[in-house]
Ligand binder design. Structure first.
Ligand SMILES: Nc1nc2c(c(=O)[nH]1)N[C@@H](CN(C=O)c1ccc(C(=O)N[C@@H](CCC(=O)O)C(=O)O)cc1)CN2
Length: 299
């Protein structure tokens, strides 16, 4: 068997087009243009690229982008003051503080400061708690992308499927497991210390790998025909590309897994591009909710 490659890049492009259409509709019906503020502290090269892409795609969808780039030695209190100013700014509908933050800054305190109504990352305890309760919330972007791609691979319905989520992070593992439960999956949350991870995976219809270790999930762990969602973005040396060059790989041993899985997301070009797609969706939703407008159907 050779797995179907789940094309996150084209799915994200389609999502961006739907967001752009929704934004155009809001502008003509209500004279409203959603605004997204993105805050980057420091000069981490990967974060720099992600933030630049967020700005580009926000503007391409017809929304306003407000960009704050702060030096790496910014004091925690100064970052908090900026977030408070963005909370108070009526032109700002969504606030995203790019992670990871420099070590001297307490990320939890920063996230707790964001107005939950503008928390388009879905990381504030209010939004995370609403997700646990199964109530309407702003939901973290990467997990939404994972579920969207899994549904695409499974004909739109995940009901009754067994899912294993490897990784228990706040940004991916925990929310994706809740979203899969909302889709009527039977979900097992696993991690690097789970006993017999291979055995668990071998019974799963869906495997979500979010451990942050290159090639961690092996082909012989997978059930034939499984849907594999690879969240990992690991930069590894690529001497074949020249001295000092690197390339990114996922958490799954993709080439071998393709021979067993039914469908698999590639890295790059799988889950990654969906993260920014759902950030744009969340910004539109936040803008409508804050203004008491009906939310358009996008995804
Ligand atoms: N505040 C947040 N910080 C971070 C998040 C997040 O959702 N909110 N997620 C990641 C980084 N991230 C978005 O911020 C992100 C990661 C990867 C991609 C992406 O499109 N990746 C490409 C490959 C890009 C490359 O070559 O490096 C792909 O997978 O095809 C988009 C967004 C951590 N921080």
């Amino acid at each position: 068997m050779t797995a179907t490659i789940i094309d996150g890049k084209s799915r994200a492009a389609a999502l961006d087009e739907k967001v752009a259409a929704a934004v155009a509709g809001l502008k003509s019906a209500h004279g409203m243009v959603p605004g997204l503020a993105v805050v980057l502290v420091g000069d981490d090269p990967a974060s720099d690229i992600y933030v630049s892409n967020k700005v580009k795609r926000t503007e391409a969808a017809g929304m306003r982008s407000i960009e704050h780039r702060l030096p790496g030695d910014t004091a925690e209190d100064d970052l908090i003051a900026l977030v408070e100013a963005l909370n108070a700014d009526p032109e700002v509908d969504g606030i995203l503080v790019q992670m990871p933050l420099p070590k001297h800054i307490d990320s939890d305190r920063v996230v707790m400061t964001i107005d939950p109504a503008k928390d388009v990352d879905g990381l504030h305890p209010m939004n995370a708690g609403l997700l646990v309760l199964g109530r309407s919330a702003l939901v973290a972007c990467t997990p939404q992308g994972c579920v969207d791609l899994a549904k695409q691979a499974r004909g739109g319905d995940l009901t009754g499927l067994d899912a294993v989520v490897i990784g228990r992070s706040i940004l991916v593992g925990k929310p994706v497991s809740l979203l899969l439960q909302n889709e009527n999956c039977t979900v097992t949350m696993a991690h690097s210390r789970t006993k017999d991870l291979a055995g668990l995976c071998s019974r799963a219809d869906i495997v979500v790998a979010a451990v942050g270790r290159p090639g961690y999930v092996k082909a012989d762990w997978l059930k034939a025909g499984a849907t594999v969602i690879d969240v990992g973005i690991n930069r590894i040396p690529a001497p074949e590309r020249g001295e000092g060059k690197t390339r990114i790989v996922g958490d799954v041993d993709t080439e071998a897994a393709k021979q067993v899985a039914g469908a698999i997301t590639p890295v790059p070009g799988g889950v990654g591009p969906m993260t920014i797609g759902f950030l744009l969706v969340n910004t539109v939703m936040a803008a409508c909710r804050r203004r008491g407008l009906p939310e358009p159907t996008i995804a």
